[in-house]
Design a protein around this ligand. Structure first.
Ligand code: ATP
Length: 348
């Protein structure tokens, strides 16, 4: 294991920021810490880096104890490097000097610098100072500098959040290749679930200072442990219902329920992609049909806004995500079938 975090708790005054975190990170892996603003992501990274004094618990890096109540190795004595949102490049040094400084006096320094410059794609602005670089260029230099340290663990705290969407995709992609090719491990902090899935082997989902779920992107997407995790991956349709005879009724029809007792109140989460639509010729024949309010074309997908009626004839506004070439006109009637892979039922 490159990192072991044991029983880590942290407070600012009487504000609890982290509550008993326990997790490990394997060698050569990329892990995302995913959660909303204020859930404790930065506090966790700062404690691992040694920038924040640990209050209780233990941190092991590469099996070496680096922090507990009576020990706090400074950042430079830990096998890590980090990139924060503000990049923090040395303003009085050129790009080349920033990278060279980070490489220190390593035996393979020249070769290392050349490799890092090539991988991070910073060769076109090596003589520039940070104030004359664009956000994307600064980002690349910050990554290059942190890699030149040859850390065993790279800590990236929301490094992509200030970049525009196209640049962000390109730099995330390059970062992934950079980390993989140098056989480092990395922790990437993000509040964007798609970014977390794209970048990492494992996602740690946090909320209000605790770890809510740890798993692969596939496990977290298809087996979320609660409503909060299920809602992280984009918008959802949520209905309140009750288990009766191993199923529950929603405005989109009856759904089978496993492993929950009769009379249990539940939240039913239905992802837009779970709702398959077909244009209907005779709407009155199908009780699970909806009326299209609007169809929004999004390229390779489309979002269909529609209303459906529940058993008591109350109207519900629903979003369905379908292929971009299916754009039913306003006021048309559509029948609904559901894909159970994208439906989650949680006790309430
Ligand atoms: P963001 O995504 O907005 O950066 P975060 O998930 O990284 O948020 P933290 O910055 O770790 O969250 O903050 C966790 C909690 O601790 C928040 O409630 C925050 O207000 C509080 N906090 C963080 N730093 C301090 C500090 N230096 N003093 C007091 N409270 C703090």
């Amino acid at each position: 294991m490159i990192l072991d975090v044991k029983q880590l708790s942290h407070s600012y005054g009487d504000k609890e920021a982290l509550n008993n975190l326990n997790f490990s990170i394997k060698d050569n892996s990329i892990v995302s810490v995913l959660g909303p603003s204020g859930c404790g992501k930065t506090t966790l990274i700062r404690i691992i880096a040694g920038l924040e004094h640990i209050q209780s618990g233990e941190i092991f890096l590469d099996k070496l104890l680096v922090a507990n109540k009576s020990l706090n190795l400074p950042p430079e004595q830990r096998p890590i490097s980090y990139v924060f949102q503000d990049f923090a490049l040395f303003p009085h040094m050129t790009v080349f000097e920033n990278i060279s400084f980070a490489a220190g006096s390593k035996a393979n320094k020249k070769q290392l610098i050349e490799q890092v410059i090539h991988l991070a794609k910073v060769n076109n602005f090596l003589d520039k100072y940070s104030h004359s670089l664009s956000g994307g260029e600064q980002q690349r230099v910050a990554l290059a500098r942190s890699i030149a340290v040859q850390p065993k663990l790279l800590l990236l705290d929301e490094p992509f959040s200030d970049l525009d969407i196209n640049l962000k995709r390109e730099i995330i992609d390059d970062t992934l290749h950079l980390i993989n090719s140098l056989e480092s491990s990395a922790i990437v902090v993000t509040h964007n679930a798609e970014e977390a899935m794209f970048l990492s082997d494992t996602i740690i989902v946090m909320n209000k200072g605790i770890i809510v779920q740890i798993g692969t992107p596939h496990e977290i997407y298809f087996n979320p442990t609660n409503l909060y995790v299920a809602s992280l991956f984009g918008e959802t349709n949520i209905f309140q219902s009750k288990v009766i005879d191993h199923s529950c009724i929603t405005p989109l029809g009856r759904i089978k329920v496993k492993n929950l007792p009769n009379n249990q109140n539940v939240d039913v989460v239905i992802r837009p992609e779970a709702i398959k639509l077909n244009l209907e010729k005779s709407p009155l024949l199908n009780p699970n049909s909806g009326i299209v309010v609007d169809s929004k074309f999004l390229g390779n997908s489309a979002i269909i806004h529609m209303t459906v009626n529940d058993e008591k004839n109350n109207k519900h506004h629903i979003h369905s995500k379908v292929m971009g070439n299916f754009l039913p006109p306003q006021a048309s009637s559509v029948s609904v079938t559901l894909d159970e892979d994208h439906i989650f039922i949680f006790p309430r």
